[in-house]
Ligand binder design. Structure first.
Ligand code: PMP
Length: 286
């Protein structure tokens, strides 16, 4: 049984409790982060901690008391749960003032809730999906206008995965005003004539921590990166495509809305970036 962390306590998962009045539960009034673990160490931890702080600020949410201890708590959970390869999930919500009200509770008297747990994912780095590549379908992006904040409002992305599954694909790319925003739980890229093309940062997409690291790796490896919008039609004509996220690193995409990219196997740029990112990530892991 897992040991999880709830508001200052390490507990068996069956004993961990949150109020039914918690605003995360009632109103999706919460933010989260997912940090991957390789060789028992955290990948890109600082990036995730920084983005968490930004998400809290943008929503006027108080930092949990344990904010400065997050690295220690992550490490302790990884240690006690013996995670060699896997994920650490962290969620902060605005907490509970013992009732339901649209108005935010007074932060002086209502503490945010902090919940963390681990997920064991053997084969995260040597992923069979990464060797084969994934198929994506396009869906309308009908999410709210602050996708740069990593909130727990994941119903539509979850529905998107189900739509992809129903269509016989692995994931969905969301499209707004004719352009791809991002994947349901990842940032999206195409590669054409050696150029890596991905949407620029704005409130329309999540500022992926893996995106930042992968683009840094690409530039260091003298690969050309162009941050601009692209369409599904352009993706279908691309030489290759891929997505990035903390839980999949760099994942090749081999099909977009039924059109096969290249020879239908992971492309060289995606494969190379996955290798470089994993190597760099492991080197810097803490
Ligand atoms: N976009 C969305 C919508 C996501 O949910 C995620 C992963 N949580 C990402 C992009 C990738 O972000 P990261 O690389 O920080 O995991």
């Amino acid at each position: 049984m897992r040991t999880v962390y709830v508001n200052g306590e390490y507990l068996p998962e069956t004993e961990a409790k949150i109020s039914i009045f918690d605003r995360g539960f009632l109103m999706a009034d919460g933010v989260y982060e997912v940090t991957s673990v390789l060789d028992g160490k955290l990948i890109d931890f600082e990036g995730h901690a920084k983005r968490l702080e930004r998400s809290l600020t943008e929503l006027d949410m108080k930092k949990p008391d344990a904010f400065d201890d997050l690295l220690d708590i992550h490490r302790e959970l990884v240690r006690v749960n013996e995670i060699d390869e896997g994920l650490v999930y962290l969620q902060v919500t605005r907490g509970s003032d013992g009732d339901r009200d649209f108005v935010f509770p007074d932060p002086a008297t209502t503490e945010p809730s902090l919940v963390m747990f681990t997920q064991q994912k053997p084969g995260l780095a040597e992923s069979p999906a990464a060797k084969k590549g994934i198929r994506v379908v396009s869906i309308d992006d009908i999410r709210w206008g602050r996708r740069d904040i990593k909130t727990v409002q994941l119903l539509y992305p979850s529905m998107g995965k189900m739509m992809a599954k129903a269509a016989g694909a692995d994931d969905a790319w969301m499209v707004e005003d004719g352009h791809v925003t991002e994947g349901t739980s990842n940032n999206a890229y195409i590669v054409k004539d050696g150029k890596i093309i991905t949407r620029a940062l704005s409130n329309d997409i999540l500022h992926g921590i893996t995106r930042a690291a992968v683009l840094r790796c690409a530039k260091e490896a003298q690969m050309e990166v162009v941050e601009r919008n692209f369409t599904i039609a352009e993706a279908q004509e691309a030489d290759e495509a891929f997505v990035t996220s903390a839980s999949t690193f760099v994942m090749p995409v081999i099909e977009v809305d039924g059109a096969t990219l290249g020879d239908g196997t992971p492309g060289p740029v995606a494969k190379r970036l996955r290798e470089i990112y994993l190597e760099e990530g492991r080197k810097k892991a803490i």
